[in-house]
Design a binder for this molecule. Structure first.
Ligand SMILES: Nc1ncnc2c1ncn2[C@@H]1O[C@H](COP(=O)(O)OP(=O)(O)OP(=O)(O)O)[C@@H](O)[C@H]1O
Length: 251
């Protein structure tokens, strides 16, 4: 069995005849935090969905712990997904539920079960993200955007997933709150020993959260390297993207 936690081999996916993923190769080691950067529409979300088995690639293999996701039946996919936690862009909390039920949503599958124990679990996970138990009964809409992001983070970690996907974790936050979230993600990834995959447009976030960064361009990973090489990649496509320049090889 391969040692990688997640391995993509020559993954291809087209929509209506247009290749979105055109031979993606990527390996993520256990406990590693990797960020994928790339233009809007470059296929970052499609990549995540392929790994989760929500989209089936046209070709290639995707191994999670050595098992090929692309060949899994629905019941196997359901089991596979229990390994993953997800922090959605925009937090995606349920406003009809109090904070504690949001945090334990992945454990209870949204059902009302063992409320006393779930409140304890919620409190413990909220503490991990720097929130205190006084917000347990509030609705998400009563919280600031930064607090909502933390609640969403507490929800992502509560079932103790092996792998967490962070989808644009800092979008919509001011630079200071964004950095607080980055710090939290770093400490959670370290403390919980999870494998993390982040998609982001925020270069400061990518550099802080990830051990390694990979850039997706025209359906392929055109560069990958340690985070401190992001601004010193020697790749004109990466340079143009990270510096946000209109001029360059990316049209
Ligand atoms: N289910 C689908 N059916 C048809 N086209 C799709 C589908 N999902 C994604 N696409 C197309 O694939 C391309 C890549 O989309 P994707 O959402 O992965 O981009 P992204 O890199 O995540 O972009 P952003 O940074 O804006 O979130 C887009 O052109 C999108 O329209």
């Amino acid at each position: 069995m391969a040692g990688e936690k997640i391995l993509l081999e020559d993954v291809r996916k087209s929509f209506a005849g247009r290749a979105v993923l055109d031979g993606v190769n990527l390996a993520i080691e256990p406990g590693e935090s990797l960020a994928i950067i790339g233009q809007s529409g470059s296929g970052k979300s499609v990549t995540l969905k392929c790994i989760l088995g929500l989209i089936r690639p046209d070709a290639g293999r995707i191994l999670v712990d050595g098992e090929d996701v692309t060949a899994m039946r629905p019941a196997q996919l359901e089991k596979l997904r229990t390994k993953f936690g997800m922090l959605f862009q925009g937090s995606a909390l349920f406003d009809s539920l109090p904070v504690w039920r949001n945090v334990t949503f992945g454990i209870t599958q949204g059902r009302m079960r063992e409320p006393a124990r779930m409140r304890m679990i919620a409190e413990e996970n909220l503490e991990r993200v720097g929130l205190d138990g006084r917000i347990l009964n509030l609705r998400p809409s009563e919280l600031s955007g930064g607090m909502q992001k933390r609640v969403a983070l507490a929800r992502a970690i509560a079932p103790r997933p092996e792998i967490i996907f962070f989808d644009e974790p800092t979008t919509g936050l001011d630079p200071i709150r964004a950095d607080v979230i980055n710090d939290l993600i770093v400490s959670l990834v370290d403390d919980l020993g999870v494998t993390a995959l982040t998609i982001t447009h925020d270069m400061a976030s990518a550099r802080k959260i990830a051990h390694r960064v990979a850039m997706l361009y025209q359906g392929r990973i055109i560069w990958r390297g340690p985070r401190d090489r992001l601004y010193d990649s020697g790749n004109p496509y990466v340079d143009q993207f990270v510096l946000g320049r209109a001029e360059g090889p990316i049209k």
